[in-house]
Design a protein around this ligand. Sequence first.
Ligand code: KG4
Length: 333
Amino acid sequence: MKILAFESTCDETAAAIVEDGRKILTDQIFSQADLHAVYGGVVPEIASRCHVESISILAQRAVEAAGITKKEIDAIAVSYAPGLIGAVLVGVNFAKSAALALDVPLIPVHHIKGHIAANYLAYPQLEPPFLCLAISGGNTLLVDVRDYTDMKILGATRDDAAGECFDKTARVLGLPYPGGKPIDMLAQSGNDSKYTFPVAHVDGNPYDMSFSGLKTSVINLVHNAEQKGEEIDRASLAASFTRAVSESLVPRTMMAAKELGYKKVVVAGGVAANSRIRADFKAECEKNGYELFIPPLKLCGDNGAMIAAQGYYEYLAGTRAGSDLNAYATMEL
Ligand code: KG4
């Protein structure tokens, strides 16, 4: 079964075709990051307008690159929540028109479920149940993936998402948006013990997380140093900051895997591209005897293939949308 899927929840416009949820025939992505970089973050209206300009071109390219005809498309999937509402609306409306024109079913996909499904594309043998940490620009969730479509949130950030924290830290260090990758690169030559940053523990739920205190701590350190005319060791700040994020994510995930009795640990989302976080997960999973799954870098960030992959399992579970499908800025998993 071939699914054509669309993703437009933030600043990537994407169209992909995936066969039977596992085989990528094509994955077309247009990143708007350069357009937003001058503003230091995503400007929602610019994002929406850019999606409008590029989505039909990407759809056309996807069909050509997959080497198939439109008649061979069996269903349309679309990321319909959560995200920047004006941006999500573009993908949803385009997907509805495509499903109508091709006379095929329309499948709504939760964006975070898509991130988790990126792992099915990378690891053909991976099947639920498993424990998943989803870490992206807008969400940080520890999820009990009981089945392909049945998931339960064990814990979440109470404030900023991990990716947001990377982006804000990068901004205060004068690095470009999106800041995750530049921080990752800068941290390579730094000493992760030079600065001490807080790792928050949330009362009431050991699986909940918080990153706003860490963000404030970085901002205060940089501003204080500037006021005193002191030099900051930027590489060590990036390394110490990344260590604090990792120490907030990795032990919690290990604790949840142990408590739930899972042997498979899955990491997903844009922040899963971070080299320190990947290395820490690898080391801890090896130590505890867990099998680790993290997508290759190109499948960590937003893409259409992950939406098609999850769309396939949603299709099998009977999930369908009518022509009244809407877009949502927020939605429970
Ligand atoms: O999953 P994603 O592409 O978009 C959302 O669904 O939010 O995640 C984007 C986030 C951004 O905050 C970006 O800075 C972060 O992922 N990111 C990274 C790295 N690459 C991207 N964070 C840390 N290290 C990286 N190497």
